[in-house]
Design a protein around this ligand. Structure first.
Ligand code: MF3
Ligand code: CO
Ligand code: CO
Length: 270
């Protein structure tokens, strides 16, 4: 069923921006703890503390029964990983995805890290390429967003960038509108043809969140009903940003600073 796209006023965007800033701040605060020996459950506890200290509520906890504040997806888990007590190992590929709620408005962001950092000696070459591919795909997608363009332009840009790094794009999950609903219309596919799909207009706020893998793009749901792992066991990564479309510009609400200064490497890799 076609739902209505809720366009946002600049006051609405100010509310969403506030939530997005906290989402970014929490993820950046977690980065140093994505290290060997730490568990994703400990990361989730820290996330909840940071989030509440910033006046926010976790949007994810209790959402359709999701048990945590944070999705923590390790190695072949592409998304919606439930935090666990398994200690991280050096070189693990760890995606942290958090949605925060302030005064009923949501902000959504995800980053992928290598446990132990970029120079972790045991991180393999493929994992580094994967992170670059995921980052390039998300930056390319964001770069294709503008009032007057269409969602096929965004999907095509994402795909092209991922393929350039030898990565596959997951097609079963899409970005989404966001505001007072955590998931609103429109859907934002991570693949497509230029010049096709719905029109992007001023007032839209949505996420760009391509999942990319080093192998096949297919995913399988684990028996817990949440965890989405690659069906071939290959590594997966994802960056997610919430963007707001204005008549003459696009603002990345979940990235402070200039995204174009970080075109070539994920800032998650120090
Ligand atoms: N933050 C996720 C997204 O990007 C939503 C996860 S829903 C959950 O849309 F229940 F799995 F947490
Ligand atoms: Co999202
Ligand atoms: Co998210």
């Amino acid at each position: 069923m076609e739902r209505e796209i809720i366009l946002k006023t600049s006051v609405d965007v100010a509310h969403i921006r506030r939530a997005c800033r906290v989402a970014e701040r929490v993820i950046r605060a977690l980065a140093p703890y994505v290290r060997p020996g730490f568990t994703t459950r400990e990361l989730d506890r820290l996330a909840e503390r940071f989030l509440r200290e910033n006046g926010a509520e976790p949007s994810l906890k209790g959402y359709r029964g999701f048990p945590a504040c944070l999705c923590a997806s390790v190695n072949n888990v592409a998304a919606h990983g439930v935090p666990t007590d398994t200690p991280l190992e050096e070189g693990d590929v760890v995606t942290l995805d958090i949605t925060v709620n302030i005064d009923g408005w949501h902000g959504d962001a995800a980053w992928t890290f290598l446990a132990g950092g970029r120079s972790a000696p045991r991180a393999d070459v493929g994992a580094r390429r994967l992170l670059l591919g995921a980052w390039a795909a998300s930056v390319a997608g964001i770069g294709a967003v503008a009032a007057g363009r269409c969602f096929g332009d965004v999907g095509a840009a994402i795909q092209e960038a991922a393929h350039r790094h030898g990565c596959a794009v997951v097609e079963d999950y899409v970005g989404h509108g966001i505001g007072q609903g955590m998931h609103e219309d429109p859907q934002v596919p991570n693949f497509g043809q230029p010049g096709t799909g719905g029109r992007i207009v001023a007032g839209m706020v949505f996420t760009i969140e391509p999942m990319v893998t080093l192998g096949s793009p297919g995913l399988a749901m684990a028996p817990d009903g949440w965890t989405l792992a690659t069906s071939d066991g290959s590594l997966a990564a994802q960056f997610e940003h919430t963007v707001a479309v204005f008549r003459d510009r696009v603002e990345v609400l979940t990235f402070s600073g200039d995204l174009s200064a970080h075109l070539d490497f994920p800032p998650a890799l120090p």
